[in-house]
Design a protein around this ligand. Structure first.
Ligand code: PHE
Length: 451
């Protein structure tokens, strides 16, 4: 068995973990969730979830991962001193496999848009742009091939090892993505009638908040921060002793939230300007962005070309740094527990996720009725993970760390001999003991109509 890799530099760790957090969750999922759930009011609830539940939850996973320096299932087993706790890590690993399956489909859509941009872009009126997406997504072959291609790409990066593959990529891509987002936000906000979109994002309309919104916001927060999937735990297992967990988590949460809000500011002003419905669902960014590139940069074809190719290119890479982290979770588990080579472990992961991806892709119109509970297969995978498995795993993790694991271990990992963290430890402990579990529990009860 190969030895565990280690991250080379401090910046590399933060960027790679932030690379896992920042992805389609911020740029594709956050805008469409915001659009379906009333705009500003959703964002407010989302921010509360991020601060109250996301940050402490992320810290908890960091603590478990770094303390054990092993795959997620073994990390929980080691700390809990009982095999049964490994089930929690295993649940996270399975969750990440399901996510990788449907995520690759959306990442495949991004690849198609990248390809379309390279060969000249998607040009036409908003109706044409919409039909273009629908025709493509319901095709039985092309989106499936793109999705499988994306998983294979992830596979290739993962088998090259932790340090080379992940760290190098994240260092350059994240800042570049940020700059490009800012440019597109400015372009989008300068379109005629864009102000309505800005208002939609800033003026809360609580009449649009129904009983689902709480769970949707909670799910989005967890999804966006890669929580409850054993992913943070696996990455933290590569952290070194000097890493200040509190500082790192705060930085990552801030970057992640900033990118999501920027993505909102990029999509809604343009959507309102060209008449795309904010509640268009998963297709939202794909039926909005080509309009931005055409209209905002229309009289500068070269600029429009460069920006759209760069944007979809970076979106694909942002998705890749997330899929690498999901793939890494399963691979680390399979090769360490199954006593197989890293390469074999990676293949098992790739094949399982590939099968899920095929079903998800075909459920988008190519095969009628591929789904259950009145929703297509892809939406079911998305809901099952973001709204049930991730919060549930986080709920149990908080209880596990707050009540079961010896306090000294938690304190040592959290404070790391840092005085600021030391002072904040009682607040952290209180939060994971009471606030997080109670809030998640209440949201579940609310969802099932009990309160
Ligand atoms: N957080 C990632 C995103 O926002 C998705 C993700 C979920 C990554 C779970 C890893 C694990 O795109």
């Amino acid at each position: 068995m190969e030895t565990r890799g280690n991250f080379g530099s401090k910046l590399g760790i933060i960027l790679a973990t932030a690379g896992s957090a920042v992805g389609l969750g911020n740029i594709w999922r956050f805008p469409y969730m915001t659009g379906q759930n009333g705009g500003a009011a959703f964002i407010l609830i989302y921010l509360v979830c991020i601060i109250l539940l996301g940050l402490p939850g992320m810290l908890s996973e960091f603590i478990i991962g770094r303390h054990s320096a092993s795959n997620a299932a073994r990390a929980y087993t080691n700390l809990g001193k009982h095999k049964a706790w490994g089930a929690l890590g295993l649940m996270g690993i399975i969750t990440s496999m399901i996510i990788l399956g449907f995520y690759s489909v959306v990442a495949g859509w991004c690849l198609q848009y990248l390809y379309a941009s390279i060969i000249g872009g998607v040009h036409g009126d908003p109706e044409y742009v919409k039909n273009y997406f629908q025709t493509f997504a319901s095709d039985p072959i092309r989106p499936v091939l793109w999705a499988l291609g994306f998983i294979l790409l992830t596979h290739m990066v993962v088998v090259r090892g932790v340090r080379n593959g992940i760290e190098k990529a994240s260092k350059i891509l994240m800042p570049l993505l940020f700059i490009l987002l800012v440019i597109i936000v400015i372009a989008s906000c300068s379109l005629p009638g864009a102000i309505k979109g800005v208002e939609f994002l800033l003026k809360p309309d609580f009449s649009k908040v129904d009983e689902n919104v709480l769970l949707e916001a909670l799910g989005q927060a967890f999804f966006s921060l890669s929580m409850g999937t054993a992913c943070l735990c696996t990455y933290a297992s590569y952290f070194n002793r000097q890493t200040n967990l509190l500082k790192s988590a705060t930085q990552i949460v801030t970057i992640d939230t900033l990118i999501a809000v920027l993505a909102g500011l990029m999509i809604f002003p343009a959507a309102f300007s060209v008449g795309v419905q904010p509640d268009s669902g998963p297709s939202l960014i794909f039926i909005t962005l080509p309009n931005v590139f055409q209209q905002a940069f229309g009289n500068m074809p070269v600029v429009s070309y460069i920006i759209s190719v760069l944007f979809y290119g970076l979106l694909v890479l942002a998705a890749l740094t997330s899929t690498i982290s999901m793939h890494e979770i399963g691979t680390a588990f399979i090769y360490e527990e199954g006593k197989v080579s890293r390469a074999k472990g990676a293949w098992v992961e790739t094949i399982v996720c590939g099968i899920i991806a095929v079903f998800c892709s075909l459920s988008q119109g190519a095969v009628e009725g591929l789904g259950f509970f009145g929703k297509d297969f892809l939406s079911n995978c998305d809901n099952l993970t973001a709204q049930l498995l991730m919060p549930l795993s986080s709920f149990i993790t908080c209880l596990f760390l707050g009540w079961y694991v010896p306090k000294k271990i938690v304190r040592d990992e959290f404070t790391n001999w840092n005085t600021v963290s030391g002072k904040l430890f009682p607040i952290f402990l209180f939060t994971i003991r009471f606030i997080c579990p109670i809030c998640i529990f209440l949201i579940f009860l609310h969802q099932f109509g009990i309160i």
